[in-house]
Design a protein around this ligand. Sequence first.
Ligand SMILES: [Zn+2]
Ligand SMILES: [Zn+2]
Length: 331
Amino acid sequence: MHAMVLHQPGRPLQLEDRPLPLPGPGEILLEVHACGVCRTDLHLVDGELPDPRLPVIPGHEIVGTVAALGSGVTGLAVGNRVGVPWLGLTCGTCPSCRKGRENLCDRPLFTGYTRDGGYAQFAVADLRYVFPIPEGYDDIAAAPLLCAGLIGYRAYRMTGEGAERLGLYGFGAAAHIVAQIAVAEGREVFAFTRPGDLAAQELAQRLGAAWAGGADEPPPVPLEAAIIFAPVGALVPVALRAVTKGGTVVCGGIHMSDIPAFPYRILWEERVLRSVTNLTRADGLDLLATAARHCLHIETTVYPLAEANQALDDLRGGRLTGAAVLRVDHS
Ligand SMILES: [Zn+2]
Ligand SMILES: [Zn+2]
């Protein structure tokens, strides 16, 4: 099979011919049709994540059809369409797993990081960690749901029930999905983009944002919550200043540049600053049910598998609006 392989952080992925992986007990082999390009992949390739299993095939927003079943697999048949997220496996026995917080598992495997992912024609996944894909989404549109959507949704839920005015810092793949869910649930969305990124601001407004502007601008009204999707630590004090008393700021990324020192008074008055880490399978089922209900518009830029480096480069350079997705052909 063709695969894009990371041998060393800081170096481009290499297009290689790899032997077809075999599904072990409880695993399935997927024919990959589409794989989203997530900012986490960029952090992996740029060497900003610790201890990747090298060489590794990146990609954790996989949409494909079942091509073969490992031993003991029931409930899925060859040809079924499923999605594979970042959370590849958890131990089930560590303190976090036992408390229902498998996103914080001590001994996890992550797709496209510590086990091979979907920048390839085929991928293997554990049956217990894959999701059915809602019918209203084609393969390309469904791929970004599996991380941008999922992690975005978990971050969104952490902003609390009562937060009606929601700020989104960094309006890329995750924010454009969250914005639509928030608007559908009656919230007002304020979209903060890179200064001057008019395409992202226009997309935000088209998707129902009440306001869109640069992250260097204050919101027109105080926010009740904010999510920071951009990997920019300097946005933490900016967002804290933008939220009102009792407001929550959620950091949605796996990596962020250092946060500058800030005065305690912008955290005081019971503002909450927190991160979101990985996902649980319950988050995945919730988000996909929400996506099925609301028929979200997923804005994508599509690249062939062999151009994964270009997709990563465009993401790094901010030249994308919405989500980048690799189309994986089998001819
Ligand atoms: Zn565990
Ligand atoms: Zn991701």
